[in-house]
Each structure stands twice: as C-alpha cells, then as structure tokens.
Design a protein around this ligand. Sequence first.
Ligand SMILES: Cc1cc2nc3c(=O)[nH]c(=O)nc-3n(C[C@H](O)[C@H](O)[C@H](O)COP(=O)(O)O)c2cc1C
Ligand code: SF4
Length: 438
Amino acid sequence: MTTEVAPIVTRRLAAQEPWTLQSYLSDGGYGALRKALTMPRQEVMAEVDRANLLGRGGAGFPAGRKWSMLRKAEPVYLVVNGDESEPATFKDHLLIERDPHQIVEGTLITAYAIGAAQAFIYVRGEFALGLERMIQAVEDAYGHGVIGANIFGSGFSVDLVVHPGAGAYICGDETALLESLEGKRGFPRIKPPYYPAAIGLYGAPTVVNNVETMSNIPWIVLNGGDAFAALGTETATGTRMFAVAGRVNRPGAYEVELGKNTFRDLVYDPKLGGGVRDGRELKAFVPGGASSFWFGPERLDFSLDESKVKGEGGSMMGSGSVIVLDDTTCAVRAAWRLVRFFHKESCGQCTPCREGSGWLEKIMRRIESGHGRPQDLELLMDVCDNISPGVSWPSRWPPNMTTICPLGPSIPPPVVSSLGMFRDEYLVHVKEGGCPFG
Ligand SMILES: Cc1cc2nc3c(=O)[nH]c(=O)nc-3n(C[C@H](O)[C@H](O)[C@H](O)COP(=O)(O)O)c2cc1C
Ligand code: SF4
C-alpha cells in the first residue's frame, strides 16, 4: 500500500493556472526566499544538508554536499538542468510548465546559499510551452522584485537567465550543458576535473542541479531539513517524482514517498500506474530510465531507495522513469529502440560509444528483422564489453567506463538485460527468421 504523504513538489500542479505569479503568491510563494534571506548562507546550506536531498537528475548526489564542495573563488555560477530528453522520462517538464515559480524560488535560494550572483535555467528546446512559461515567470519575478538588486532589502542581488537547449540529449550531461551554455557544441568535457564545482561555466566554480532538486528547496527552507529527512527512510529521504510509462493503465508522473514505497506500488496502485494494461502479465520493467539495467517481476517489491536499487539490484533509479513491459512486448525490439536512441544521440567523441552504439544498433535490427545469426548473441555481448568492460548479467553497479561521459556505459544495459533475461526470445528470432511478436 502506497504511503499517503502530502506532496512537496507537485502540490500546486493541479491548481488553477499554477504557473502565474499571482497563483504562486496566493499560495505563499517567495515566502521561503524571504525567510532564507534572513538566515546566514551557511544555515541555508546546513538545512539542505540535513534534509539529505539527493539530486533528482540521475546521479543521486547529495545537493548539500555538492554546494559545499564549491572551489573558493569568485565568481560562482548556478546552473539549473531542465534538459530532460531521455525516452519515457517526463517529470521535469511538468514542473517547468506548471510551476515555474517554484523552480525560480529554489534557484534564487540556492544562488544565495552558494553566493552566486548569476544563475541560469537551461530548458530543453522542444519544451515550447515550458520555455514560454519559464521566461514569463522570470520576467514577472523581476517585476515583483524577487530577482535583481537588493532583494527584499537584504543586500543580496542575483540575475537569472533562461537558456533554451537545441534538442540534443547529450546536453543534459552537466559538462556538455556548460559547453552549450558557453555557446559551443555540446560536447561533454574530459575528466578530471570531475565536478563543475571545481571548474565549471567559463572556468568558474559552478553548481549544476536538476529542476526537481531545485523545486524541493523552498519547502526545505520553510519546513526545515529535519522535516524533509523525516519522510522516507534514512538512506532515501523525502519524496520523488517518477514517470511511469509503457504498458500500464495510468501512465503519468507521480510523486511518492521514497524508501517506504516500492516499484509494485508505482505500477499497481490504482492511484498510480493502475496495473498492467488489459490485465496482462508484467514481463519486466526498466527501473530508472533508458540507461538502467532491467528488473524482472521478482524485484517489484524493491523499495524506492537508490542505495538498495544500486547495491542489491545492480541497477539505478536514475532519471526517475519506470518503463513497464508486458508479456506482449518483444524484448529484442524494446532493447533495440533504446539502443537506437543512444546511437542517434552519441556526440561521437569516443570510439566505443560512437562505433559501438552503431554496431549494436545494426546487429539488433538484423535480429529483429529476421536476419540474425546464432553468433550474433555473443557478438552483442562482446561489443557491450568493449564499451563497458566487465559488463555482465546479473548486472552490478556502477558499470565500468571507457568513455568521456556516462552515455557510453548507458548503451549496454538494455542489450545485456534483454539478453540475460530473455535469451530464448533472441534465439527464436534467429531460428524462425523474424519477430515472434509480429
Ligand atoms: C547523457 C546524460 C544526460 C543527462 N541528462 C540530464 C537531464 O536531462 N537532466 C538532469 O537534471 N540531469 C541529467 N544528467 C545528469 C547531469 O549530468 C547532472 O548529474 C545533474 O544535472 C545534476 O543535478 P542533480 O545533482 O540535482 O541531480 C544527464 C547525464 C548524462 C550523462
Ligand atoms: S560517451 Fe558518447 S556521448 Fe559521451 S562523450 Fe563519449 S561519444 Fe560523446
């Protein structure tokens, strides 16, 4: 049974025109900013640290710790990542479209806490409506005096720019995003330095945080880090939005308490996913976005806790997208589609990612279209091993990397999972010269 807690980040999404400044102010909007500006910066940071808010963009790094890791130098920048382009991941765009002021307020508080006088919100270019509302929200917030010089007479000043992306998935990677923001091609940067906190935008120390991460900040400031940490469990605090997609009765984005709820709740609760479509059997599910290793039905009772999903499950909750496959879904086709996506989106800098994704895509297409060879199964594993050495089934976390950014090791999981769980299905494709699912 899903635990009932008051939502944090989605609490206003169903309100009347919740994206307007008037609606936000009538719900107490910018009260958290006012409060934060009366607190010493370190205290704001300490509250977020106490909340143990893990970043909601994929890597799950604690926000408070990230802020405290900033190299001591001036200037310092804050960049909010609203690029959200992974297949079946659709939580951030709702926050952008329906509650942009909540993101703006979280951004302003964070800018204050880290001492940034300039912040950016990077929004995926295809989010036409989201961009329009975000730009309007920032304009209205300037007009209301919550962005700009000497906010609420506190002496704190900050500027905020909304920057549209240009439709490249790779620009969601924080270092590619920074390149893009600097007006260059969205190529992920070579590591080290490992974190933009050391060398980020224009070479300056930079915090990059996800849109949902930012949306939690006003609540944490108003209610305290301890109140946030009291939700969920010790290792998985607060709530999180999940995009539930694929063969479910109620695909959608849902905010649930972490740690105490399970994947079964997300898929079967009548108020959430509502069960598998047409009463079919659940065959498998992708627990954390396109790049995560798949889970079988025996893992439905895993709690929504990143440490457990990684440690015991060998996968991740990643971008917060759960994709359900039922017994009418062809595992080969599902994996091929994901590989095709990564192949198209590879930026091409690293040979294993650029060439490997292309080879995998071709082999999988060959198998799915009925021209597969028995040796293709080993060939697929071999190519995967070249992209992410040691990759195996059952999976383990984290995968090894040979590439500049994590997109490389994101490619093998759909292949290795589908091969590991449904090898027979691959063999039938090869033997019968086509897809048994039609
Ligand atoms: C290929 C790729 C795509 C990514 N896409 C996104 C994205 O769309 N949004 C996002 O917040 N993080 C994305 N990330 C993760 C970011 O690099 C970064 O970890 C995140 O924005 C940090 O925010 P957080 O700490 O609040 O989670 C992506 C990473 C990779 C490697
Ligand atoms: S892993 Fe792929 S997407 Fe990432 S930098 Fe290398 S080629 Fe580009």
